[in-house]
Design a protein around this ligand. Structure first.
Ligand code: BTN
Length: 218
């Protein structure tokens, strides 16, 4: 099992936004819930919550997110976006995750609208954004990312057949730490671009595997 080292993350992320504070939990209900609570208590932007295992991992649309202990990247990031940036966070995070997977592992990674990262057409990661508002303005947003890294999704009955993992696609395990650091850096680049008003739609569209295809919206 490829371990995650908090001290290595802290030193690699020194002076950067994403990962300026790191909360590492062996086990928790949901990293998004922990991150929201920290955000309510004024945790700084860029705080990340990492877990090896979630007992109540949350997916979109009230679904659950299942992952065996120690084989995934389960991370939630506290952000304090400008109002116009909030609706673009799913796009931002899916683009960052696709870039990170491809950059670190060499596996071509695409995006399935609205929030899935695909490897070879199968879902390797999902993104759940949760935000709290003060009137019209975002008080904070939490970007939760679950990335299947070093386990065989076929051995977990709750995970659908449409899913995959990095190790399954590569044929061998991959260091989670390296992938996590790539993910944090790509999140930082994409988020700061958005906050500065730069468009990221073009690359997002280029990676979109659902473009021009019918999708079911519910
Ligand atoms: C989806 O595809 O439906 C979104 C899945 C998001 C899962 C991640 S795992 C880390 C973070 N904590 C959660 O409880 N959910 C997100």
């Amino acid at each position: 099992m490829h371990q995650i080292s908090v001290s290595a993350i802290k030193s690699a992320r020194a002076g950067r936004l994403m990962g300026r504070r790191v909360v590492y939990l062996e086990q928790t209900g949901s990293t998004n819930e922990v991150a929201k609570e920290l955000a309510r208590r004024r945790a700084p932007e860029g705080t990340i919550v990492l877990a090896e295992e979630q007992s109540a991992g949350k997916g979109r649309l009230g679904r659950t997110w299942t992952s065996p202990p120690g084989g995934s990247i389960l991370v939630s990031v506290v952000l304090r976006p400008l109002p116009p940036v909030l609706p673009h966070l799913t796009m931002m995070a899916s683009l960052a995750a696709a870039r990170a997977v491809q950059g670190a592992t060499g596996l071509p990674a695409g995006i399935k609208w609205p929030n899935d990262v695909l490897i070879a057409g199968k879902k390797a990661a999902g993104i759940l954004i949760e935000a709290e508002l003060a009137g019209e303005r975002p008080r904070f947003a939490v970007v939760g990312i679950g990335l299947n890294v070093n386990f065989d999704v076929r051995s977990v009955p709750e995970i659908p057949e449409t899913a995959t993992s990095v190790s399954l696609a590569l044929g061998h395990d991959f260091p989670r730490q390296e992938l996590l650091l790539a993910l944090l850096e790509e999140l930082e680049v994409a988020y700061l671009s958005l906050q500065a008003g730069a468009p990221i739609q073009r690359e997002w569209r280029a990676r979109l595997e659902t473009l021009g295809r019918w999708v079911k919206v519910s």
